[in-house]
Design a protein around this ligand. Structure first.
Ligand SMILES: *[C@@H]1O[C@H](CO)[C@@H](O)[C@H](O)[C@H]1NC(C)=O
Ligand SMILES: *[C@@H]1O[C@H](CO)[C@@H](O)[C@H](O)[C@H]1NC(C)=O
Ligand SMILES: *[C@@H]1O[C@H](CO)[C@@H](O)[C@H](O)[C@H]1NC(C)=O
Ligand SMILES: *[C@@H]1O[C@H](CO)[C@@H](O)[C@H](O)[C@H]1NC(C)=O
Ligand SMILES: *[C@@H]1O[C@H](CO)[C@@H](O)[C@H](O)[C@H]1NC(C)=O
Ligand SMILES: *[C@@H]1O[C@H](CO)[C@@H](O)[C@H](O)[C@H]1NC(C)=O
Ligand SMILES: *[C@@H]1O[C@H](CO)[C@@H](O)[C@H](O)[C@H]1NC(C)=O
Ligand SMILES: *[C@@H]1O[C@H](CO)[C@@H](O)[C@H](O)[C@H]1NC(C)=O
Ligand SMILES: *[C@@H]1O[C@H](CO)[C@@H](O)[C@H](O)[C@H]1NC(C)=O
Length: 386
């Protein structure tokens, strides 16, 4: 075998990074249910082009977004009022203590369903090392996770006109309001609510903090830097593959039109989400087999999302992935200083803490040391009185 002398040590010593840690399941109970979440007058962008006719046009669109000389197309806005079905799950410790009245509302990112927060390998369904829900309930907290709009069995809405950023912010706001007033039968009204996001779920959580700051007591933003310029690497990596051609059995064209997109394969998945050698290849296989599409509407509306929530008064934690491709071009070190867009965005916050989790890529929860990252979040929550 040949190695170039400049190959980083971490690649040569590949196997040594693969230290798995088994984590036992804590004792907690979960209930899943379907909710009707009303969205009222949400701002949506009118797609400035007709539905994409074929794969060639979709890939060309990816080229256009990542072009050296980008132009910002003029778009029209309209509003959307509709009730969506949202699939959610509430988990709480079997013997709830005082912390159980703090509810962590978990918003997953693009490419996943809510199992991102409760990830298991089929080969060991009792090894909870990837489960945020297991760690959070183990620390005494309750969680509410949900499949974002467009992720079955939540409504598979229109991927051009409906599955857009501000609609998803409105869904999160609606869900939070229902929980807070005690209108979700399965969820006792919480005393405090922390919003925990990953990636696109973090963008949605910042959106919530910007438009409805009173709905949250604390914000945790994982896999997110408030910088959008590096997302081009993700777009290039996906080449906007049609989900209905990439995994036609799971995403039949009858349910998933040309507005639903994905990356090509597991190498693409690794490139965008995982840092070698700090993950189990079986986890990559599982993540690829269970992936979900993102939408044209989400990309159209992304530039309109706020990166600042100056009226949010509560504490904020940024938990960045050291080698995050999508938000840091694979190196987050140096992007979270006091002058960063991320920190300045929460100028009215009681506290903004930043932490760079070592040895992980963008998909933090799918790495060997996922529980290390969870402990950072849970320690933060504890220190801030949640
Ligand atoms: C599965 O995970 C549990 C909990 O961490 C561990 O005790 C058990 O040894 C694992 N089983 C196998 C077959 O690896
Ligand atoms: C939506 O906005 C329009 C215009 O601002 C307003 O007339 C209408 O009452 C709003 N509808 C709802 C349901 O809030
Ligand atoms: C915006 O709306 C105007 C007026 O209806 C229309 O003429 C124009 O084509 C629209 N532009 C886009 C990009 O949709
Ligand atoms: C889990 O907690 C419940 C309620 O406190 C208790 O009845 C049960 O025995 C516990 N199970 C385990 C495995 O500890
Ligand atoms: C929500 O679910 C109900 C019952 O399955 C269905 O009739 C309705 O069309 C769904 N609504 C949306 C917006 O998907
Ligand atoms: C909560 O339920 C009550 C009783 O059905 C209703 O009057 C109220 O409008 C609901 N609140 C929200 C935010 O849905
Ligand atoms: C997430 O997606 C996988 C693959 O489709 C599925 O097995 C799992 O049940 C889903 N989880 C939820 C909570 O929808
Ligand atoms: C990441 O960036 C920092 C600050 O610019 C630099 O010191 C460090 O060497 C970089 N890390 C890698 C792995 O390139
Ligand atoms: C695991 O994560 C924790 C918390 O960030 C960190 O202190 C520890 O060094 C990490 N361990 C490895 C092996 O990366």
């Amino acid at each position: 075998m040949l190695f170039f002398t400049s190959v980083p040590l971490s690649l040569v010593l590949a196997v040594s990074g693969a230290t798995a840690q088994n984590v036992p399941k804590h004792n907690y109970t979960c209930t899943s249910f379907m909710l009707k979440v009303p969205v009222s007058n949400a701002t949506v962008i009118v797609p400035p082009f007709p539905e994409i006719p074929n794969q060639y046009a979709a890939t060309a669109f990816a080229n256009q977004i990542t072009i050296r000389t980008p132009t910002t197309p003029k778009v029209n806005f309209t509003t959307l009022t509709k009730v969506f079905n949202i699939s959610a799950e509430y988990c709480t410790p079997a013997s709830p203590g005082p912390k159980a009245s703090t509810l962590h509302i978990l918003s997953h990112g693009l490419g996943f369903n809510r199992s991102y927060w409760d990830f298991y390998l089929p080969s060991n369904l009792t090894d909870a090392q990837y489960s945020y829900i297991n760690s959070a309930t183990g620390a005494g907290y309750s969680t509410l996770s949900y499949n974002r709009l467009g992720i079955e069995p939540s409504t598979i809405a229109d991927p051009y006109k409906e599955i857009q950023a501000f609609v998803e912010v409105a869904v999160l706001a609606g869900l939070t309001t229902l929980a807070r007033v005690g209108n979700i039968t399965q969820v006792p009204a919480p005393k405090k609510v922390i919003h925990v996001g990953h990636s696109w779920g973090s963008e949605i959580s910042v959106g919530l903090a910007a438009v409805a700051p009173e709905l949250s007591d604390g914000i945790v933003l994982t896999g997110y830097s408030a910088l959008s310029q590096y997302a081009n690497f993700f777009i290039a990596n996906t080449a906007f593959h049609f989900a209905n051609l990439n995994q036609p059995k799971r995403f039949p064209p009858s349910k998933y039109s040309s507005g639903f997109l994905t990356w090509p394969d597991k190498a693409g998945n690794q490139y965008s989400f995982l840092e070698y050698p700090y993950f189990d290849p079986a986890v990559l296989d599982r993540a690829e087999a269970t992936k979900y599409p993102f939408t044209i509407g989400e990309f159209l509306s992304l530039p309109a999302l706020p990166v600042a929530a100056p009226h949010f008064a509560g504490p904020v934690l940024y938990l960045a992935a050291q080698a995050d491709l999508i938000f840091c071009a694979s190196n987050c070190t140096g992007l979270f200083g006091t002058d960063s867009v991320a920190v300045k965005g929460f100028s009215g916050s009681s506290s903004v803490e930043t932490y760079i989790q070592p040895n992980v890529g963008h998909g933090i929860n799918l790495h060997h040391n996922a529980t290390g990252a969870y402990n950072v979040i849970l320690d933060w929550a504890n220190r801030h009185g949640f």
